[in-house]
Design a protein around this ligand. Structure first.
Ligand SMILES: [Zn+2]
Length: 318
């Protein structure tokens, strides 16, 4: 077994649920079912945990246990040997074939990294995500192996495991390079840079990530103008309170995400990345939305109504 896969198998054992309600690529880590071959022999109940000398296993039992142990090791090693790796400055791509797809993924991942760093004011020349801190991208041979690897949902094209800084997909996955990759890289960078942990408001987490998907970025302006002209804007007082995960009406869900992207777009374009990150960190430190705004934008946005008024004016102008 390669060192890399051994470390990975070890980490898999400690995974727990940190699932979030994302649209396309949410991951509920509670749904991860560990592969039997990744369980330590003792955990799997094969080796008796009784103190030595209390009873002695028969020769046949010892032989059987040893045979099972060898089989598990062999299965793990066989899987591990299939991975090939390509290293970039901030990412390592693991795949089992098709070098061209892996190289495309790596090239695009590095390109997105620079663009997102510029946009969020992330210190791209610092040592973040370099050397042993690089993000690992696993490309499985096909969708079945990808789904089985972590019990990912059948409908997904790619998933991130945030606490391990890993992104998983499969060869030729539709929309992975154009949408899922930038989306998940943004989630990872945003958490690292802002230090938000797991308590990020959904509108902020998803709004920031979706805004970095090239296709969605191009439609924000058009879509928000449409919603505005149809008078379908959710007033901000309700917007920041609503839990969209309970909403069944697809139209409202769509409006919610477009509105989230537009508010973030407005704050970054109008007042810059530094103030935006300051605002996010205020939220991280426990301030409510109005306090967070007032501390980050003391001369321009001191309340929700200030934000709503300026944002609506901005929509009219774009
Ligand atoms: Zn997401």
């Amino acid at each position: 077994m390669s060192q890399e896969l051994r470390v990975r198998a070890q980490r898999l054992r400690g995974t727990r649920d940190e699932g979030r309600g994302t649209i396309k690529s949410a991951i509920s880590l509670s749904s991860i079912v560990h592969r039997p071959s990744s369980l330590p022999v003792r955990q799997a109940g094969i080796v008796p945990a009784c103190p030595a000398g209390r009873h002695r296993p028969s020769f046949f039992t010892v032989y059987l246990l040893f045979a099972i142990y060898c089989l598990l090791r062999f299965a793990d090693t066989a899987t591990a040997q299939e991975w090939k790796e390509i290293k970039g400055e901030h990412f390592i791509v693991y795949s089992t074939g098709n070098d061209r797809f892996s190289k495309d993924v790596l090239w695009n991942a590095e390109k997105y990294y620079s663009r997102i760093a510029d946009d969020l004011g992330y210190p791209r020349y610092s040592e973040f995500w370099q050397w042993e801190n690089r993000v690992k991208i696993y490309i499985y041979q096909d969708q079945v192996s990808y789904v089985n690897s972590h019990n990912f949902p059948q409908w997904s094209y790619g998933m991130a495991i945030y606490n391990k800084k890993e992104i998983c997909t499969y060869m030729g996955s539709a929309d992975f390079i154009g949408a899922i990759l930038p989306h998940e890289i943004t989630h990872l960078m945003f958490r690292d840079f802002v230090g938000l942990g797991w308590n990020i408001p959904l509108w902020l987490d998803e709004g920031v990530a979706q805004r970095q998907e090239p296709k969605k970025r191009n439609i924000i302006t058009k879509a928000i103008k449409q919603i505005y002209s149809k008078n379908e804007i959710i007033p901000l007082e309700n917007f920041f309170k609503v839990d969209i995960r309970n909403e069944k009406d697809e139209k409202i869900v769509r409006s919610y995400y477009i509105q989230a992207m537009s508010i973030i777009d407005f704050l970054i374009r109008k007042y810059g990345s530094d103030n935006f990150i300051h605002f996010c960190r205020n939220l991280r430190d426990g301030k409510n939305i109005e306090e967070a705004l007032a501390f980050a934008y003391p001369t321009s946005i001191r309340s929700l109504s200030d934000l709503e008024e300026r944002w609506r004016k901005y929509i009219k102008q774009i």
